[in-house]
Write a protein of this length. Structure first.
Lengths: 816, 111
């Protein structure tokens, strides 16, 4: 019979515990999780990169909904447990759910400590603990201004760097004389402070916060010496306290944390504690490596293996601030029985210190150059006698035995049981073994099979070296295809950084992302122009010199340098008046060819560039606007006659088509976007091979997408069903906006879909209604700036130079 | 003595852009690059005769709008794997005016 396992909390430790448990005893447990946060399990260590904009929330999700579903785990999100009844063996949530357990795991983590000063409850005073905090900080950064971070430890400094990267003026207040004093000695703390100041972050040490000022919202911070620092945002990152209330109320033994044995059992053998809330051997832990070790031990016990025990190990600390290399391990206090080796290189900003006791490493601080951290850690763990290499020890592994300073040599020389990934406790042998056994060729493969480099990512460089060592030239780190030879970034990277860094011009993008050419090329410039148009509709000034000629002159260039012109015919409907106007224009300008297009429009071919504005002027008088048949944007909405005429029509397909086209015309998309609406499943408008298609049925509208009928032939996927025309419109528009925001330039919707996956798109557009609405709203906002008829603009004189030669040099003038 | 023909004001040329000049010997493309240098070449891609003035200007090159050949504005030669070249025309800026060398325009007439 399956055992009922209830878990309170859904952080990284229980997530990891479940992974081990599912592997060791698949199907043996009926698992129910209560999570006070309304989310799935995500990587909290990566909140700082989300804050700084280097990653998004989606990047840091560890277990998505599909994972819980696949393993039959019930996850109650946003449910806080209000009580544990240990006699009845049940827990009850504030959402009114009571669940019975055979065994219970408490993994409630910790709470941020808020220093008890006046004003700590004002709006704008935040902790730095979960995604909600990060989202509030990001909100604040949009308004700009000044931020104060209280606490110069690991979290506080990462928060400060993130807020600075988002453009705020940041001051760090730290109560001790040097930063990160628990992990760094004063010398390294000084170097770190200097580097932060160089980056424009103010640092005040020995700063005692007396009060937080303000009436409703925070306005500043006052120190004990009377100094006042104005701030619209205050982040407190002074420490965490194990969240033990629920255990205390249940009568479990609690000290600083919930007291457990080295098998994670509390004073009640049916109840376990795991993670930051647990106290093992008198210690509580906050770094992920020991927590994952607890998860491994607990999973083994729950699966019936009673041998593993949790044993304390020192965990190295690294700061996740881009460009600052810092590594600290073990105990580095001075003492009579200790010796130290120090290396300083002021010009290179390098500081290294190794603390020895009985010729064995007990602690290490590395600043500026941290590549040897893993090696020092290995020597420390094994308590290796270093007497023989003392003279060169500080220079690192590459200098031992006179080996050449080959960057791979250091990694090659590591023993198989040397730890590479501290977060997940993965040693070198497991990684190289997996590379060989599973034929892995890239970082993602290693992450998937060993978890190495999958948490905080600071060991990524080491893992890459191992790949290089195993695969030689077969390893190609640039698995991301760069946009073009001007950059090493891929399209997705560029898009993300444009948003994260708030880059709003092409020169700014090229400068900040270190473009390797002075002004790009014909591949990247149109792509960047599109990304900027899409992401900053109100702010970005379209750069016509970065548009392909068709979009610059709003017509399609032909092989002989003439142009073709296609006016809009909404939904493919026209009239005698329109047809007469077209006939007149064809006669007047002696247009050599007129053709009906596949998208139900009329194309006039062979128009000289100089004639374009006059042609448009005449078409404009008849009410025509540009059909944008040249655009990476909304092209045509093809329709059938629908219920208005057809004896089979179920809905007004023509009307919906016209409505869609009038709503969406003018919008730029990553590649051309063609729509169709068919009035019944006979599908006369051929909607099932379009980028987006609607099939009307008796009960409403079936929304299709991701079809193709060009280079590739592909039927559409079904996105979902809409019961009203309004709903159909909202779905089509939201889908378009999602594609606009995520598609790579020139990537048609079916290729984008292949990359993202139909279920994910369905989840965002059909299941997540607030998200659908926000996509819709962003599209509507963007249209305010996009719906300007480019033809009438040019008839009124815009870009006049485009359509006239600069000069005409006559025969007389030219002849010698 | 070389004779130069005034074809217009520098301001008529957009940065990273181009204009074309009609002459008895065909069209000439005049280009202004991001670093504010001026170049002139025959406005016919050596590949299929595409109008180079309609292309995107980047660095000291232009990409033909028809089939993406990249042509050097300095030498007129096709870049990369493509082979071919267009004639370059001597051009200079005097104050705010742009001038082309008459003999280069008229060369074909004389020939």
């Amino acid at each position: 019979m399956t055992e009922r396992l209830v878990i309170i909390g859904n952080g990284m430790a229980p997530g990891r515990m479940l992974e081990h448990l599912i592997e060791a005893a698949p199907g043996a447990h009926d698992v129910t999780i209560f999570n006070a946060e309304p989310r799935v399990n995500y990587d909290r260590i990566m909140l700082s990169p989300v804050l700084s904009g280097e990653k998004t929330y989606d990047d840091i999700v560890i277990h998505d909904d599909a994972w819980y579903a696949a393993h039959g785990i019930t996850l109650h999100r946003g449910h806080r447990i209000t009580g544990i009844d240990r006699d009845a063996r049940t827990v009850t949530s504030d959402g009114g759910i009571t669940a019975a357990y055979d065994r219970l795991v408490i993994a409630t983590g910790s709470n941020p400590f808020m220093i008890p000063v006046p004003g700590k409850d004002l709006a704008g005073v935040l902790a730095y603990r979960d995604l909600d905090d990060v989202e509030k900080m990001l909100d604040a950064t949009e308004r700009g201004g000044r931020a104060v971070v209280i606490g110069g430890g690991l979290l506080g400094l990462e928060a400060a760097a993130g807020l600075k990267a988002r453009g705020m003026e940041v001051t760090v207040l730290h109560v001790m004389p040097t930063l990160m004093e628990r992990q760094l000695d004063p010398a390294a703390g000084y170097l770190l402070e200097k580097e932060l100041k160089r980056r424009g972050i103010h640092v005040i040490t020995k700063a005692n916060t007396k009060a937080i000022l303000g009436t409703d919202r925070v306005q500043g911070v006052e120190l004990a010496d009377g100094t006042q620092i104005p701030a619209s945002l205050v982040v407190m990152a002074v420490g965490i306290r194990p969240n033990v209330q629920i255990a205390k109320n249940a009568g479990l033994e609690v000290a600083r944390g919930i007291v457990t044995t080295d098998t994670m059992a509390t004073s009640d053998p049916a109840v376990f504690a795991l993670g930051e809330c647990a106290e093992v051997g008198g210690q509580v832990y906050g770094l992920v490596a020991p927590l994952y070790e607890q998860a491994r031990v607990l999973a083994a016990h729950l699966a019936g293996d009673t041998t593993p025990r949790f044993v304390h190990q020192d965990t190295p600390t690294k700061l996740k601030v881009t460009g600052i290399d810092l590594y600290s391990l073990g105990d580095f206090a001075e003492g009579d029985d200790r010796e130290e080796i120090v290396l300083r290189d002021a010009s290179a900003g390098v500081y290294k210190r190794i603390v020895l006791k009985d010729n064995r490493i007990v602690g290490t601080v590395l600043y500026g150059e941290t590549a040897d951290g893993a090696w020092f850690n290995d020597l420390k763990k094994k308590a290796t006698d270093v007497s023989d290499m003392r003279d060169t020890l500080i220079f690192g592994q590459a200098f031992q035995g006179g080996a050449p300073a080959d960057p791979l040599a250091a990694v090659a020389a590591l023993s198989d049981d040397a730890e590479i990934c501290g977060c997940n406790g993965v040693c070198k042998g497991r990684i190289t073994g997996a590379i060989r056994a599973k034929g892995l060729t890239d970082l993602d493969g290693v992450r998937a099979h060993t978890k190495a480099s999958a948490s905080c990512g600071t060991c990524t460089g080491l893992v890459e070296k191992l790949l290089k060592l195993e695969l030689g030239d077969r390893y190609n780190p640039a698995t991301v295809q760069p946009m073009c030879p001007c950059t090493t970034h891929g399209h997705d990277e560029v898009r993300r950084l444009i948003r994260a860094k708030g880059l709003k011009t092409i020169p700014a993008v090229m400068q900040e992302l270190e473009w390797q050419t002075s002004c790009g090329c014909a591949k990247c410039r149109p792509a960047l122009n599109y990304y900027l148009v899409c992401d900053w509709p109100a702010d970005y000034a379209d750069d016509y010199q970065s548009r392909f000629v068709n979009e610059r002159v709003h017509a399609n260039i032909q092989k002989d340098g003439t142009y073709s012109v296609v006016p809009r015919m909404w939904g493919g409907m026209t009239s005698s008046h329109e047809l007469r106007a077209i006939a007149d224009v064809v006669d007047k300008f002696d247009i050599p060819a007129v053709k009906v297009t596949g998208g139900q429009r009329i194309d006039m071919l062979g128009i000289r560039k100089e004639d374009l504005p006059a042609v448009w002027a005449d078409l404009g008088k008849a009410g025509f606007v540009s059909g944008q048949a040249y655009a990476k944007g909304l092209r045509t909405v093809k329709t059938c006659v629908g219920s208005t005429w057809c004896r089979f029509g179920t809905q007004d397909s023509t009307g919906l088509g016209i409505r869609l086209e009038k709503f969406m015309w003018g919008s730029w998309t990553p590649a051309k976007l063609k729509l169709a609406v068919s009035g019944c499943p006979r599908n006369c408008a051929e909607a099932t091979c379009k980028d987006i298609g609607v099939i009307c049925v008796d009960s409403g509208y079936e929304i299709h997408f991701a079809g193709a009928a060009g280079l590739d032939i592909k039927g559409t996927e079904v996105l979902g069903h809409a019961s009203t025309e309004d709903e159909a419109l909202e779905i089509v528009v939201a889908l378009t906006q999602m594609y606009r925001e995520q598609g790579r330039y020139l990537e048609r919707i079916y290729k984008w879909t292949k990359r993202i996956g139909v279920p994910e798109i369905r989840r965002q557009i059909m299941d997540d209604l607030p998200r659908r609405k926000s996509y819709f709203d962003r599209f509507v906002f963007s249209q305010k700036f996009a719906q300007v008829d480019p033809w009438s603009e040019r008839v009124s004189g815009k870009d006049k130079h485009e359509f006239k030669p600069m000069a005409v040099v006559g025969y007389q003038e030219a002849a010698e | 003595m070389s004779i130069w023909i005034d074809i217009g004001a520098l301001d008529d040329l957009p940065l990273r852009g181009s204009r074309c000049v009609q002459t008895p010997t065909g069209k000439i493309g005049v280009f202004r690059t991001a670093d504010d240098r001026i170049f002139a070449i025959r406005n016919e891609c050596p590949h299929k005769g595409g109008p180079l003035t309609e292309g995107i200007v980047h660095g000291h090159s232009v990409t033909c709008p028809l089939h993406n050949w990249v042509i050097s504005l300095e030498t007129g030669a096709a870049q990369g794997a493509d082979e071919g070249a267009v004639e370059t025309i001597p051009v200079r800026v005097e104050g705010t005016r742009v001038l082309l060398l008459r003999s280069a325009i008229g060369a074909r007439v004389a020939a």
